[in-house]
Design a protein around this ligand. Structure first.
Ligand code: PXP
Length: 246
């Protein structure tokens, strides 16, 4: 079974658009997480960014106490956020690159180019009993480096695949990259997640990528929720994952 992790950052984005700095406001990302779980989501993902542009510290601690599934905490490899992660004790941490000027996480973590800090951060988290996933581009060198860093999971960045959707040739090139990367990661003993830019249009073809454990999806679920409600949106995505051959 392919699991669905619902990223609730954009619920907080909406709250912050009106209530930044107020310490209260709607919509509540924790209420959204509980609604997503009620609809069948297998986990909740939240990214505490250094600039606190959407999810806030108080949100992640409330999530940790409230949700019944798994909390996947996305974080940059920086001491301040590592300290939060260790106090929070989520089920999993996904290490991501972070730039203040980006709208969303643009590329994968360059584990191969800068292995030391990633390895040290991974070790601290694993020693604390937290599963670690590294968000990487689907490149063999990055996967080799992720395994060497001691991570149990990688999350394959599907952004290039999603962006290529409207060109059949380029879409197939990017899909093949994901297939090769998933096989390579599996061969290294890594478990394989994927995410970024996924939607109901591009999800069905991802069934061709082997060894996937979980997909993390945010923007498209929250966007659809505006029109059909969060419960229905999560159920639509679960239906699109259904039948994944593994
Ligand atoms: N996975 C990771 C590591 C991410 O950084 C993001 C974006 O926050 C997602 C998945 C979800 O991407 P999207 O919002 O495009 O579904």
């Amino acid at each position: 079974m392919l699991r669905l992790g619902v990223n609730i950052d954009h619920v907080a984005t909406l709250r912050q658009a009106r209530y930044r700095g107020r310490g209260h406001g709607e919509p509540d990302p924790v209420a959204a997480a509980l609604a997503a779980e009620d609809a069948g989501a297998h986990g909740i993902t939240a990214h505490l960014r250094e600039d606190r542009r959407h999810i806030l510290d108080a949100d992640v601690f409330r999530l940790r106490q409230s949700i019944r599934t798994r909390l996947n905490f996305e974080m940059a490899v920086v001491p301040e956020i590592l300290d939060v992660a260790l106090r929070l004790g989520p089920h999993a941490c996904c290490l991501v690159p972070e730039k203040r000027t980006e709208v969303t996480t643009e590329g994968g973590l360059d584990v191969a180019g800068s292995p030391g800090p990633v390895r040290d951060c991974t070790r601290r988290l694993v020693d604390a009993g937290i599963e670690v996933s590294l968000f990487v581009d689907p490149e063999p060198a990055q996967l080799d480096a992720a395994a060497a860093a001691g991570a149990q999971f990688v999350e394959l960045h599907t952004g290039a695949y999603a962006e290529a959707w409207h060109s059949k040739h380029e879409r197939n090139v990017q899909l093949e990259r994901l297939v090769v990367a998933a096989r390579h990661a599996h061969g290294l003993g890594l478990k394989v997640n994927a995410g970024h830019g996924l939607n109901l249009q591009n999800l069905p073809l991802l069934h061709l990528v082997p060894h996937l454990v979980e997909l993390n999806i945010g923007h498209s679920i929250i966007s659809r929720a505006v029109l059909v409600g969060l419960h229905a949106a999560v159920r639509d995505f679960l239906a699109a994952l259904h039948g994944y051959p593994g």
